[in-house]
Design a protein around this ligand. Structure first.
Ligand code: NCD
Length: 333
């Protein structure tokens, strides 16, 4: 789908065709293998603004470190210490950053759709670092890279069959999760089946309509038994808006425990986007155990975001990928 926004923007997983996903993963590999000095010259002195209206540890830090590893200058603007606190609109903040020389904006915002508005008003490439309950595209891409690595698929062609036969169970607070939404839209593009699991309060029936290859399963043990990948999600208490959840009942039915993992999915890869609430959705032993790929996810976050920044700021960035044919580099971004 040709984008209405600056090339290199990534507002939603919906913008990504299989060819784009292939390019991003290939660019990630290429940049990771590149000597640090060479990498640091790619975006030398380019200006990247990190505009964060919600708290973040992994996403913000990895975008910032990624930008720095490419030689770029970064500036962090957060709602806590800027004119946003005085009521400045997203549009005016964006225009101010552009007037100050920002060439790309990484945005996290509580309102779904905010990155589209920012991309439209500034004309700059915008990278969505999480908008409300809508999208978190870089998280889905880093989850994909982690799944591919941990399932031993790294040498395979990235096409619509790459994840054929793979079932990913996403369990927890799906209702409020942009991570779940982005993954449920991304992984089936490569052939994966996605099972969404949780109680009705956190997983409405409509979630099944997110796309093809998605199924709702209420019984966590059944979901786990059929999955090669178990992605656990935090209950987003800050978005519950008065909803009371029976914590003990939730733990009883949905917690990923060592015992459940051993009995039902002894080979599954365990993922969690963080922040993790140990003892609630996941047992600490599982998070630290051999099946956990949670630290790989963090490392892949840095790698994938490095590629997204290059894609946003170097029009011929994909030409960096060795062996990329002209046909592939000519694909719309
Ligand atoms: C998630 C987010 O902010 O959407 N975290 C992340 O980016 N790694 C998930 C969450 O907040 O629970």
């Amino acid at each position: 789908m040709p984008s209405l926004y600056a090339p290199g923007s990534l507002n939603s997983v919906a913008e990504l065709e299989v060819a784009n996903i292939r390019q991003i993963l290939a660019l990630t590999d290429r940049l990771e293998a590149m000597p640090a000095q060479e990498r640091a010259s790619l975006l030398k002195n380019r200006r990247i603004a990190l505009l964060f209206y919600e708290s973040s540890t992994r996403t913000r830090t990895s975008f910032e470190l990624a930008a720095k590893s490419l030689g770029a200058t970064t500036t962090l603007v957060s709602d806590k210490s800027s004119s946003i606190e005085k009521g400045e609109s997203l549009k005016d903040t964006g225009l101010t950053l552009r007037a100050l020389g920002a060439e790309c904006i990484v945005l996290r915002h509580p309102a779904s759709g905010a990155p589209f508005l920012l991309a439209r008003t500034t004309g700059l490439p915008v990278l969505n670092a999480g908008d409300g309950m809508a999208q978190h595209p870089s998280q889905a891409l880093l989850d994909l890279r982690t799944i591919v690595q941990r399932l031993g698929l790294a040498g395979r062609t990235v096409d619509e069959h790459l994840l054929q036969g793979i079932t990913v169970a996403i369990t927890g607070d799906i209702r409020h999760s942009r991570v779940a939404r982005s993954n449920a839209m991304l992984l089936p593009k490569l052939g994966a089946k996605v099972l969404l699991c949780g109680p009705p309060e956190l997983l409405p029936e409509e979630a099944a309509t997110l796309g093809q290859g998605i199924e709702l399963v209420r019984d966590f043990e059944a979901a786990l038994a059929g999955a090669q990948v178990a992605m656990m999600l935090r209950i987003q208490s800050e978005r519950l808006a008065g909803l009371k959840l029976d914590r003990a009942g939730y733990i009883e039915r949905f917690q990923l425990t060592e015992e459940r993992l051993r009995r039902l999915a002894p080979c599954a890869v365990v993922l969690h986007p963080g922040p993790m609430i140990r003892g609630l959705e996941i047992e600490g032993e599982v998070a630290d155990g051999p099946q956990s790929a949670i630290e790989d996810q963090v490392r892949n976050g840095l790698a994938v975001r490095t590629a997204l920044l290059v894609r946003a700021l170097l029009p011929d960035g994909t030409a960096l990928v060795h062996g990329t044919s002209n046909e592939q580099t000519a694909q719309p971004r």
